[in-house]
Design a protein around this ligand. Sequence first.
Ligand code: GLC
Ligand code: MG
Length: 531
Amino acid sequence: MSDQHEWWQKGIIYQIYPRSFQDSDGDGVGDLAGIRNRLDYLEWLGVDAIWLSPVFPSPMADFGYDVSDYTGIDPLFGSMEDFDQLLEDAHRRGIRIVLDFVPNHSSDQHPWFIESRSSRDNPKRDWYLWRDPGPDGRPPTNWLSSFGGSAWTWDEKTQQYYHHHFLPAQPDLNWRNPQVVDAMLDAMRFWLDRGVDGFRLDVIWLIIKDEHYRDNPENPDFQEHEPPHHQLLATYTTDRPEVHDIISKMRKLLDRYDERMMVGEIYLPIERLVTYYGAHGTGVHLPFNFQLITLPWDARTIARAIEQYEAALPSHGWPNWVLGNHDQPRLASRVGMAQARVAAVMLLTLRGTPTMYYGDEIGMQNVPIPADRVHDPVEKNLPGIGMGRDPQRTPMQWNAAPQAGFSDHEPWLPIAADAAERNVTVARETPGSLLRLYRRLIELRQEQPALSIGSYSPLPTEGDVLAYVRREADHRFIIVLNLGSEPARVEPPLEICGSIALSTHLDREGEKVQGWIELRADEGVIIDCPE
Ligand code: GLC
Ligand code: MG
């Protein structure tokens, strides 16, 4: 079989939040040497690429998403040598590394911003978005920050406002300025030359704003419980047409190298999301598809979403699916421990590149954070409305040792209360554990082209059951997932025949199936159906 597929189409991406994966120097914060010490585990698990949340120098106002030097490594995480060693070791094991690039904003401590705010006629003034006040000294527009309050901060010294979609400590760069474009492309080139395999582009859909600085319209559907910035529609601050031009410049740069990729963080409805593939070879390789996070966990809703997504993809657009990340409540807390297994089967059998979030493979849950240990600025600014992201960023649970084997020092965020039972070491030794399920699923997906690059077709089902076929050449797998907590007997019109290759419960392998199948509550199966 000739296989034209790229690594990022066949591969599985694993997100590491570096502060919380493994601490090597006893400061309670994870680091690059720590990640390097855990490569054995990632190799055993079988993932193809690591996406590292930002490791660049940063004052950590937003824990690395406020970059003060795009071409360095924060000493908290190690040195450039540590990074090079990690990259080399990972590559030696066939694991790629994707960096988190943050183009929308820098830190207010970045030398560019320090210069920019120093005077109105500084050459870097126009690298950021500075505006005169509106009437009565009000901010120039009604734009709201996603992290609370106005998206404009007044600068006393130069008597203008600057724009920040997030914290005041994260001023937005002016992507209409060609010098900014060049400087950022240079930073990307720096990492590409070092050998990184690609970038996850932070909030890429909002890097360019309306050139006329129009006010955002009111959101007629705003509900009380939503975050305050949802009061306005983000019409003039996000998803502007000019963004595609900038992405195409980044793409052109990447295409000068072999086998590099970009995955874009984009929270948009599907019909808008798919525009980020661009025309052939001009967009991001993968615009993150967050539907399994944002939609209710319900078979009919998900079946429709898959169908709609498959139909919306441009012919050159490769799909992808995500179950969790550092901004979203933990999967196991959202859908429950039993359905987390079904979700794993879904993620690793749908057509498209899967992205996993560290710890989801052992069923880590949201960890309650006592008030005096809150770190996330979102929780500090908008307390008590469930927006804080610390609960899903707690240290990886490796073993039953104090601090769960993450560190020999009190970690920056608390360790989950169940870490002595729920950890990698225990899970590796427990038959039927979620971790073993992930490992087996990954292995199966790696062995069977039908599951990675094969075609997808839905099978009609009812109620809480979702079913589909993956096929490549003459090999066919039928996946049947029970998203409900009642047993289900399933008789798809297509004749099911063959044998079970995997069940969520890891106890039915080899069982023959003919015509129909009985699923237990919260059970998913992969049926091997040779033609
Ligand atoms: C992205 C990141 C998030 C960060 C924000 C601002 O959404 O995933 O963690 O706070 O951008 O950079
Ligand atoms: Mg450390």
